[in-house]
Design a binder for this molecule. Structure first.
Ligand code: ADP
Length: 546
């Protein structure tokens, strides 16, 4: 028997309409640059602009299903693209413009992007690759055209505001089926070419609903949300859609924000929730500890994308009274998977234990199924001890990359997505990530978690950042090498001091053989430690332990 409910498609159009109808006076604030007043617009002002943008795209020849690319920072115009492109039935491709030039060429050609929206500050990235982009027909500058040129790199070139001004105020948005493609993001492709993840309206709508839940990000109309995570990476963790859906104020940090600029924005806009990778929060911590800034408006911080060190969680809580909510996800999951909240039965545990739970990757959100499997594909027990590869399924998990076969490397025979993350799951359901498969250190038949060592090192008061990589070893195959950045103001620290600091908590064979001190840990395009670069740098490294 079928239920008797309306067939109401889950589309982003609902989010757009709702923001205008219910929250027309709530603001979207965009940082333009240092020393300049931010740009402000209400949802009520954005709504007709979204209509105009869709009309302008139509006039440029964009039809349903066509891909429209953005090469842009976090700002209001980018949000307008997030809304207009999917609602007209086209697909927004948010290009990570910090990828290598060859990768940018690959993904724009692979997605067959027809129109490129580019921030003026990103034009220098486009210039050297433009002649290799084979499908682009128009380029739209999200600011002023350089020297008024009406053609750039051979393409007809438009200014965003001119296009909008010339377009009608109303666009006849179509009634879309909920499985219509809305957006595409490419993974950064640490091995091989980047792969496209094609999100549907249904996936992004359900993702927004669940993201707003109190046991996920507890997002409401009363929040002031600042996504530091770029809008060109993993849908900015879904925050543009979720914030628009609930009518929260959005604070978009604009081009290349420094930690100082982020602190100023938190202060001046009274941000309540800010979201970013751990290196963002490490950078902001340094600013705060050097005496600058008031972050007391924050009621929580969302931190994920790579493991948030427990010491970071403790420091923010103890020094600033702000809880860090540790989340795990991936581009293939729209991106949200898990968040570390303490269950009520665990609230009475000793503080030490509570922080331990909060530093895990947490519990799966509603509608996300998780399990861990061994090499044979069998489930491993939820005992908090047994390592296995994390596999997931749910309505916002990819069912296969864009125009790629769904291989056994990516999916189990019964259709779960293989994350490539090695984890334990405890009896309560808390996920703990030991490593990415490719980052584990395989030493003499044992696995050493680089994440555990990094977390422990970053708990040392004189360490700012630490990344642990595998270096090859004639006897043990691989051994861990710790790359450490000292805390600027804290003074010197030696290798022996650090090894001694680790010793109580690690088996002898799991300790790094050596510690090298660096000025900086190289970062990926989205601010994670770039272990690929470190591995290349230390390829011929010979361990002093022999
Ligand atoms: P990229 O490959 O560019 O890092 P993603 O953002 O999709 O792209 O990366 C997802 C991966 O990031 C996960 O598979 C996991 O390895 C890592 N990750 C995400 N969140 C966390 C977290 N909270 N702790 C540890 N690792 C994380």
């Amino acid at each position: 028997m079928l239920g008797r409910m309306m067939d109401y498609p889950l589309t982003l159009r609902h989010i757009l309409e709702r923001s205008n109808r219910l929250f027309p006076r709530k603001e979207v604030v965009s940082r333009v640059g240092d020393g300049e007043a931010p740009m402000r617009a209400t949802y009520g002002e954005i709504y007709p602009r979204v209509h105009r943008l869709a009309g302008a795209l139509r006039a440029l020849g964009v039809a349903p299903g066509d891909r429209v690319a953005s090469l842009a920072w976090n700002h209001q115009r980018h949000l307008e693209l997030y809304l207009a492109v999917p609602c007209m039935g086209a697909v927004l491709h948010t290009v990570n413009f910090r990828l290598f030039p060859d990768q940018i060429v690959y993904i724009v050609n692979h997605a067959e992007d027809k129109v490129l929206f580019v921030d003026p500050s990103v034009l220098p990235v486009l210039e050297p690759v433009a002649d290799r982009l084979t499908t682009v027909e128009h380029i739209v500058i999200m600011g002023e055209r350089p020297s008024g040129a009406d053609r750039l790199f051979g393409w007809p070139t438009h200014e965003y505001e001119e296009l909008l001004a010339a377009a009608p105020t109303e666009y006849p948005f179509p009634n879309l089926a909920e499985d219509t493609a809305a957006a595409v993001c490419y993974t950064s492709g640490t091995t091989g070419n980047p792969k496209g993840v094609l999100y549907s309206h249904r996936a992004l709508t359900l993702h927004s609903l669940v993201e707003a839940m109190s046991d996920v990000l507890a997002l409401s109309e009363r929040d002031v949300v600042m996504p530091v995570v770029p809008m060109f990476h993993a849908n900015s963790w879904g925050l543009p859609y979720t914030s628009t859906m609930v009518g929260a104020t959005q604070v978009l940090p604009g081009p290349a924000p420094t930690p100082e600029a982020l602190v100023r924005l938190i202060e001046s806009e009274r941000v309540t929730l800010a979201a970013g990778v751990p290196t963002v929060w490490i950078g902001i911590l340094a600013v705060l500890q050097e005496g600058g800034g008031d972050i007391s408006s924050l009621t929580r911080i969302m931190c994920g994308g790579s493991a948030a060190p427990r010491s970071l969680i403790e420091t923010y809580e103890r020094q600033f009274g702000v809880p860090i909510w540790h989340a795990w996800g991936m581009t293939e999951m729209s991106p949200l998977g898990t968040v570390a909240h303490l269950k009520s039965q665990l609230q009475d545990l000793p503080e030490e234990e509570r922080f331990r739970y909060r530093a895990t990757q947490g519990l799966p959100s509603a509608l996300v199924d998780i399990k861990a499997i061994d090499d044979q594909g069998d489930d491993v027990p939820w005992d908090g001890q047994t390592l296995g590869e994390l596999v997931v399924r749910g309505p916002w998990v990819t069912a296969g990359y864009y125009q790629e076969p769904a291989t056994s490397e990516c999916f189990t025979p019964d259709g779960w997505f293989r994350t490539g993350d090695v984890v334990t799951i405890d009896p309560e359901g808390y996920l703990q990530l030991a490593d990415r498969t490719k980052d584990l250190v395989k030493s003499g038949g044992e696995w050493i978690s680089s994440v555990d060592l990094e977390n422990a090192l970053m708990a040392h008061p004189k360490v700012a950042e630490a990344a642990v990589i595998a270096v090859s070893h004639p006897k043990w195959d691989e051994r861990p090498l710790a790359c450490v950045v000292r805390r600027r103001e804290a003074g010197d620290v030696s290798k022996d001091e650090l090894i001694e600091f680790l010793t109580p908590n690690f088996a002898r064979w799991a300790l790094p053989d050596d510690v090298v001190f660096l000025e900086e840990i190289p970062k990926t395009s989205v601010g994670k430690f770039d272990k690929k670069i470190l591995r290349d740098r230390f390829r011929d490294y010979v361990s002093p332990a022999g």
